[in-house]
Design a protein around this ligand. Structure first.
Ligand code: 7TS
Length: 409
């Protein structure tokens, strides 16, 4: 079953605007998505009707705010099919989640241990590991690419008894490839390593079942899946979270505090020090309801249809290079590209003149960009409200841009 993007668009009034005299075509969804009216309404209703701190008061507003906040945790649990809400920690987003996991790694890693990541990782899945390795004397090892995708033979060669953590994006924010993280989790576990999945670019676009993936950790960012900024989820298996020390300390996360020591609350609250992003969590709950109503399988199928439509058109443009897998069926809705002789920033600026919003730069993946032998790339990324007309507009605008810079316009 496919979805009705034109109907969905009606829930996103921001899309209905003119930019540089052209109707807006928003293709920067890998950076952040727009928010549907139901999410904005959930935020407004919370602030209008229920605003209070959570887990503290016995008064009615505090109870309502707490109930809504915890109801969102249950929605997040169901969305990723975690066993229990104890395994669902609210964070600021993927970056925070990965930092917490890398802090846990500092408890485990010893000199000569290894952490295995890939060259396509976002900086959020590189720098926390660099820090953990620097502090413990462990080694950060990279898996490289084959045909624009993760090289599984390289991964298998580098996954050894020394490997204590494997941490990979399920979908690359530049290459758009989908990594077989379930298969890799099995390989990692055979070697006794923890499996960490960066789901920032996958959770918004496909059904996630952490029990089926059998990963130890999974991160997502609300703002990339219709929710507000500043809210995300770190999933961890209960038995693993029980081994993990809290990263932040303070109010909300304690049971008893004495002059020299304190005891922590149980999971998941022992990780959530301080007043949390209550409105953000409630907004995330509304976003997850909205996505679930459409259906994550329908979303995945629809985006694959868009990619199957637009990728060949882009590949057919002379001088245009698409990075990542060339086969549309293996390419998620993130398409990074360059045009011979044109700087991607100029391309993005020219596309903006046509109302088409894309991102240009290193996409917080400098090691990958270096590995590809380029300094930056332009990137179009799609979501549920994008249509084939948006794809046509992108292709037309790129051709116009090429002609403009070639002096033929
Ligand atoms: N991991 C991946 C794969 C990402 O794409 C991003 C954000 C992050 C982690 C970090 O997420 P955050 O919500 O904590 O910032 N990616 C991008 C991007 O591609 N363009 O802007 C942000």
């Amino acid at each position: 079953m496919s979805l009705d993007a034109k109907k969905i668009r009606q829930d996103f009034t921001i899309l209905d605007q003119i930019v540089n005299d052209e109707p807006l075509v928003y293709l920067d969804n890998a950076a952040t998505t727009q928010k549907p009216q139901v999410v904005l309404d959930a935020l407004t209703a919370y602030y209008h009707e229920d605003n209070a701190n959570v887990h503290r008061g016995v008064h009615t507003l505090a109870e309502r705010a707490t109930a809504k906040y915890e109801a969102s945790r249950e929605k997040a649990r169901a969305f990723i099919n975690a066993k229990s809400t104890k395994e669902v920690l609210f964070t600021r987003g993927t970056t925070t989640g990965l930092n917490w996991v890398a802090k846990f790694a500092e408890q485990i890693l010893q000199e000569d241990d290894q952490v295995l990541i890939s060259i396509m990782e976002h900086h959020s899945n590189i720098i926390p590991w660099q820090e953990a390795c620097r502090k413990t004397g462990a080694q950060l090892v990279y898996v490289y690419l084959k045909d624009g995708q993760l090289d599984m033979a390289d991964l298998q060669a580098k996954l050894t008894d020394k490997t204590k953590f494997v941490s990979l994006a399920q979908v690359s924010n530049v290459l758009g490839c989908i990594n077989p993280v379930k298969e890799i989790a099995e390989l990692a576990h055979e070697k006794g390593a923890y499996m960490v999945v960066d789901g920032a670019q996958s959770a918004p676009h496909m059904a996630i079942d952490v029990q089926d993936l059998d990963c130890d950790f999974f991160t997502l960012s609300g703002h990339k899946m219709l929710a507000p900024t500043g809210i995300g989820v770190l999933y961890g298996k209960e038995e693993v979270l029980n081994l993990m020390n809290p990263v932040e300390f303070g109010g909300e996360m304690i049971d008893f505090v004495y002059e020299q020591e304190a005891t922590w609350k149980e999971l998941p609250w022992k990780f959530e020090a301080g007043t949390p992003n209550i409105a953000g969590a409630i907004g995330l709950g509304a976003a997850l309801d909205y996505l679930s109503q459409i259906g994550m399988d329908a979303i995945h199928t629809y985006e694959q249809e868009l990619v199957a439509y637009v990728l060949p058109k882009l590949q057919a443009i002379e001088g245009l290079t698409v990075y990542g897998p060339q086969d549309p069926s293996q390419h998620a809705g993130v398409i990074a590209f360059n045009i011979d002789g044109l700087h991607p920033h100029d391309v993005a600026t020219a596309l903006d003149y046509e109302g088409v919003a894309v991102r240009a730069g290193h996409h917080c993946a400098q090691p990958l960009i270096n590995h590809l032998g380029i300094s930056s790339a332009a990137r179009a990324s799609f979501y549920i409200y994008n249509t084939k007309e948006d794809c046509d507009k992108l292709v037309e605008a790129i051709i116009k841009t090429k002609e403009f810079f070639n002096g033929t316009l």
